[in-house]
Design a binder for this molecule. Structure first.
Ligand code: NAD
Length: 507
């Protein structure tokens, strides 16, 4: 029997440098989904303190933007070093607070390190275009400037990586960051803030207020959403959250980066390598207990391979070990809380009512930990794509459906509100290319012969439609954290006007 989650988590928090001042009797409970026990109660940030954190960030902005970008990169390099040193402890804390299996907890911290490395290089590459002008003896170019305070609102399921995707880029771009983590995962956020402070001390000269954390729920997030001194709000979470945050930020002409829910599918074509598909599907559908925005939720299988693939999948589903994520061999940890399990049961009930055949999906380990919610992953054979299949239920449910023609598969694939991630398993080059073409998948991520989840930081991450349209991490996602100025320089002695306009004055 593993030792107490609470004791281990408190020891990790001490080692990671979280101050005792963060705790308060009767405050926000930080609960471990592994056993359901409360690890600590935390002092919640008041609205006045949240505004003060934004004040401090706004004051830090002119000082930080004056630091040359490659020097700002040096700060992020030190942050990456501190994260490397803390990887084992922080990864373990992710496991204890979110219930991820050990390799996924460590992988989340590795992703933070990766984005720091990426941002360090980027700090010397924040360049704009030089553009041909129609006027003689003129030059035109783009310059990218720091934009100001970046507000980050994050979800429970990637409690630290999402902050780093935003913060590592924002810091090199010259922007302070105020972070409102999920109220379900405050401990890992406090640990990250302690790590940032260590990097800041080593760097020397980081302005006070460059990085801060607000502990609390939605109302504290709303302070960030409504403050005009926060020109960019990056909000990760449910589509319901984005529907509220997006219009409020837009109403004050702020910019939002929305990273919302997904309802991701994979198509399994007649030519698919089924051994590969089986592995890809298993990880994408059951990994992180189905609690990734990119989790595979819909499987669209050609009727010619359905009866080969689906029985094999059922065997895998029945054999996967569900339990304490600290244990070797466990692949599926707990759901985050009771409401998550209720949502899963509700969706399975609705699927049954419209003819779905449910395999798995029952609660496990309830006798051992009545406050923890473990569920066997569910495979649901559906007669058609309807009801709960059309929405995201944040739990390990994979709906399986048949298709006949490729156009039908693409149409089914795109017939949901969300547009985050997608994949196809095929050896047919025409199908693969069509899937990635303008008339194929309508998602922000479209993969071939790998599942929809498990992105790496080099590519821009995000999705279309109800996923919100935001992009984070690699490619040119950094541009969202800067403002663009177009500069026109006349190095001649006349003043030709664009479009041939004449404006001759006397004298
Ligand atoms: P959630 O929407 O319940 O909460 C997310 C965050 O938003 C929390 O910090 C919460 O306090 C805050 N919040 C909620 N309403 C708010 C409001 N009106 N104003 C300001 N802040 C508000 O999401 P969750 O349950 O923590 O996470 C799961 C969801 O997140 C899933 O839908 C998942 O697909 C999505 N997600 C998306 C991505 C992505 O990159 N697209 C990544 C991770 C998770």
């Amino acid at each position: 029997m593993a030792h107490s989650v609470r004791d281990e988590a408190l020891a990790l928090l001490r080692r990671l440098g979280v101050s005792e001042a963060a705790f308060a009797p009767g405050g926000l409970p930080a609960r471990s989904p592994i056993t359901g026990e409360i690890i600590a109660t935390l002092r919640e940030t008041t609205a006045a303190e949240a505004t003060a954190a934004i004040d401090a960030a706004a004051r830090a902005f002119p000082a930080w933007r004056a630091v040359p970008a490659p020097r700002r990169g040096e700060f992020v390099r030190l942050l990456g070093e501190e994260l490397r040193a803390a990887k084992a402890d922080l990864g373990r804390l992710v496991t204890l607070e979110v219930g991820k299996i050990v390799s996924e907890g460590l992988g989340e911290v590795q992703e933070m390190i990766d984005i720091c490395d990426y941002a360090v290089g980027l700090s010397r590459q924040l360049f704009g275009l030089t553009i041909a002008t129609e006027r003689a003896d003129h030059r035109m170019m783009e310059t990218w400037h720091p934009v100001g305070v970046v507000g980050v609102i994050s979800a429970f399921n990637f409690p630290v990586a999402v902050w780093s995707w935003n913060a590592a880029l924002a810091f090199v771009c010259g922007d302070p960051v105020v972070w409102k983590p999920s109220e379900k995962t405050p401990l890992t956020a406090l640990a990250v803030q302690a790590i940032v402070e260590r990097a800041a001390t080593r760097f020397g000269g980081v302005p006070a207020g460059l990085s801060s954390v607000l502990i609390g729920g939605r109302s504290i997030g709303e302070v960030l959403v409504d403050d005009h001194r926060v020109p960019v709000v990056s909000a990760t979470g449910s589509t319901a959250m984005g529907r509220q945050v997006g219009p409020r930020v837009a109403a004050r002409f702020g910019r939002s980066i929305l990273e919302l829910g997904g309802n991701n599918a994979a198509i399994v074509a007649p030519s698919a390598d089924l051994d590969l598909a089986l592995r890809g599907i298993a990880f994408a559908a059951m990994g992180t207990a189905g609690q990734r925005c990119t989790t595979l939720r819909r499987l669209i299988v050609h009727r010619s391979v359905y009866d080969t693939l689906v029985p094999r999948l059922k065997t895998v589903y029945a054999s996967v070990k569900v339990g304490d994520p600290r244990e070797d061999g466990v692949l599926v940890g707990p759901l985050i809380d009771g409401p998550a399990f209720d949502g899963m049961e509700r969706a399975l009930g609705e699927a049954r009512a419209i003819g779905g055949a449910v395999h798995g999906g029952v609660r496990e380990h309830a006798a051992q930990w009545d406050g923890a919610y473990y569920a066997a992953p569910a495979l649901v054979e559906m007669p058609r794509q309807s009801g709960p299949v059309l929405r995201e239920t944040f739990a390990p449910i994979l709906y399986v459906m048949r298709y006949e023609g490729f156009d039908e598969a693409i149409a089914m694939h795109n017939a949901v509100g969300a547009g985050l991630s997608s994949s196809i398993f095929t050896m047919d080059m025409r199908e693969a290319e069509r899937f990635m073409s303008a008339s194929g998948s309508d998602c922000g991520i479209a993969n071939v012969n790998i599942g929809p989840s498990g992105a790496e930081i080099g590519g821009a991450f995000g999705g279309e439609k109800e996923t919100g349209g935001g992009r984070e991490a690699g490619s040119d996602a950094w541009k969202a954290y800067m403002r663009r100025a177009t500069n026109t320089i006349n190095y001649g002695t006349t003043l030709p006007l664009a479009q041939g306009v004449t404006f001759d004055i006397m004298g």
